[in-house]
Design a protein around this ligand. Structure first.
Ligand code: AMP
Length: 582
């Protein structure tokens, strides 16, 4: 079904920024260097995300609330830009005292607590490469990331430490473990040689000498999944902040008096680029909520904090849709001015639902871990084409290219590619230059997505070109799940695919062949699911397991997931000439 374009902001709520009323004006007025000047950034003086997001505001609005934090038991804390500047200085000094140097990798494994934000920006201030980890991870993904990057420092809370501490002995580069336990919120004691965050912060000076500076200095590392091998660390540079600042204005329509809420966790790129960098480089107050999804709670938060701009994800929106329209009707959501979504395709029905429930369309936008910032968006000031990801943001040239990497005309499906060179683009995959270089072909960065462009320049998502599974907006590499399954003594072979799901878009489904002596049963199925949940994260563990005698493989022994998917969907198997003989 075709949907009519929807005009987003009700006219009476529209905030018109002088040259942001039309896309043409936006594009004409744009250049990256003038944005650096706007933020008063100088290469060897203060070019650091922590400066641009926090310390820069000490001059004009030190007391403005930067973060309103609500804990999952209803606790509330507020932090001004000045509070954050002092706390991050202190944490930077704690790190320096421990001998952490520019370029060292430090990882934060924590729920969305204020200390996560302090540790993150404190680390950036001294030039460390900071890796925030999703707090639902089991030990395997944590170990893989720390081992691959040679991390020297790990910051966590006692409850999460208990989940992963047996991996520490496998990490020879790991020198320091800092434990955050404000108000003894978590049961558990400090281990031998572990450092108490609270004690170290009490002793640390709030004065910091010179911040590390340089637009090309590495800043953040986020691991992302591919079809083969373990997740790879996409490394970003401080320069990305320019684009977060700009897309915060263009795509999220952030204004100084906004109350902004990004529901993404900083363990994923949306939670850092748009849950830290974009709002604070724009000097905007943001809400950070420790808890997870619950429809009534989410609506209450919007009402309680008078949220004006909201950035969330399609799975969450579909869950809200499922929860019905009675709950939102019981809340005053009239402060909401602009709603955006990212991570998976946003169904047109969700855009139309948004129009009905929030009196405005939900604005889809597209980007990925590697691109570092929003590259394609439905702008606040244009009408939304439900189902479309929108149009390129200024300075970005996406195209659809064929399999030999030549441009295709509008209307044709192909590979979504982007001309390289934007500020937020990843600079490498950690220790994997070859893989990084393989992402560039014929002068294009190849995104791994299939899409098409219409004659008006709107991009429409079609699917992925690889076997990576997108479950509730989180990418899961089938290889990671297969590897976990193979560690179970009953498993001979495993092949993992994404099975379509109405809520999460895809869920992880595993096909498993058992070793001789084991018989398929519900008990083994449950045991395997539990086994993976413990090792990985609930979202990456198989939701369904089907036992089969033998997996389809190529003659060279590679699992043909394509055939497993065809079997699942009841589709023709296509070309099977490379299939191994029985
Ligand atoms: P990640 O690197 O984990 O942020 O995932 C990026 C991938 O998520 C993209 O390559 C797409 O496959 C998918 N994705 C992100 N945003 C959208 C969107 N608006 N529409 C469709 N797919 C999306």
């Amino acid at each position: 079904m075709d949907y009519e374009p929807i005009n987003k902001i009700p006219v009476e709520k529209m905030k018109v920024r002088p040259n942001l009323t039309r896309e043409a004006e936006l594009v004409a007025g744009f250049d990256w260097v003038s944005l650096e000047k706007e933020l008063q950034l100088e290469e060897s003086v203060n070019y650091n995300l922590a400066y641009a997001a926090i310390d820069r505001h000490l001059k004009n609005q030190p007391d403005k609330v930067a973060m309103i934090w609500e804990g999952k038991s209803g606790e509330q804390e507020k932090y001004s830009f000045k509070d954050l500047a002092l706390l991050t200085n202190k944490f930077a000094n704690v790190l320096l005292g421990l001998g952490v140097k520019k370029g060292d990798r430090i990882f934060i494994f924590m729920a969305r607590l204020p200390e996560l934000y302090v540790a993150f920006f404190g680390g950036l201030k001294i030039g460390a490469v900071v890796g925030p980890l999703f707090s639902a991870f089991g030990p395997d993904p944590v170990r893989d990331r720390l081992a691959d990057s040679g991390a020297s420092l790990f910051i966590t809370t006692p409850d999460l430490k208990a989940r992963v501490e047996h991996i520490f002995k496998e990490l020879p580069a790991l020198k320091n473990i800092i434990i955050v336990n404000k108000n003894n919120r978590h049961p558990g004691s400090l281990g031998k040689d572990e450092i108490s965050y609270e004690t170290a912060m009490e002793k640390a000076s709030p004065q910091l000498g010179k911040m590390a500076s340089g637009k090309e200095n590495h800043s953040i590392i986020h691991y992302t999944s591919g079809t083969t091998g373990k997740p790879k660390g996409a490394v970003h540079a401080h320069n990305a902040l320019i684009q977060h600042y700009a897309t915060g204005k263009w795509a999220l329509d952030l204004h100084e008096d906004d109350i902004y809420w990004c529901t993404a966790d900083p363990g994923w790129v949306t939670g850092t680029s748009y849950g830290m960098s974009a709002p604070w480089t724009n000097g905007v107050t943001q809400l950070v909520y420790e808890g997870g999804y619950k429809a009534s709670m989410w609506y209450s938060l919007i009402e309680k904090y008078r949220v004006t701009v909201w950035y969330t994800a399609p799975t969450a929106i579909r869950m809200l849709m499922k929860a019905g329209e009675k709950i939102p009707a019981e809340h005053d959501l009239s402060t909401l001015r602009h709603i955006c979504s990212v991570g998976e395709p946003l169904n047109p029905e969700a855009v139309v639902w948004g129009q009905r429930v929030f009196n405005q369309a939900i604005h889809d936008n597209w980007w990925q871990t590697e691109t570092g910032a929003i590259l394609i968006a439905n702008y606040a000031f244009m009408s939304v084409r439900p189902g479309s990801m929108g149009r390129p943001t200024p300075g970005i040239t996406p195209e659809i290219v064929d399999d030999t990497f030549n441009e295709l005309p509008p209307g044709q499906e192909g590979n979504l590619a982007v001309r390289p060179g934007w500020p937020a683009m990843f600079r490498t995959y950690w220790n994997n230059k070859e893989l990084y270089e393989s992402r560039f072909k014929n002068g294009w960065y190849i995104t791994g997505d299939r899409a098409k462009k219409d004659k008006d320049g709107y991009f429409w998502f079609i699917g992925r070109t690889d076997d990576v599974i997108n479950t509730a907006g989180h990418l899961v590499g089938p290889f990671e799940v297969e590897s976990a399954l193979l560690e179970h003594p009953a498993v001979a072979e495993a092949g993992v695919i994404g099975k379509p799901d109405p809520l999460a878009m895809e869920v992880v489904k595993a096909f498993v062949a058992l070793k001789d002596g084991f018989t398929p049963s519900d008990e083994i199925r449950r045991e395997l699911m539990q086994f993976c949940r413990k090792k990985l994260a609930a979202a990456s563990a198989p939701r369904e397991i089907e036992f089969i005698d033998k997996l389809p493989k190529t003659r060279s022994g590679k699992i043909m997931r394509r055939l497993l998917k065809a079997k699942e969907l009841g589709l023709p198997t296509g070309d099977t000439s490379t299939l191994e003989d029985d």
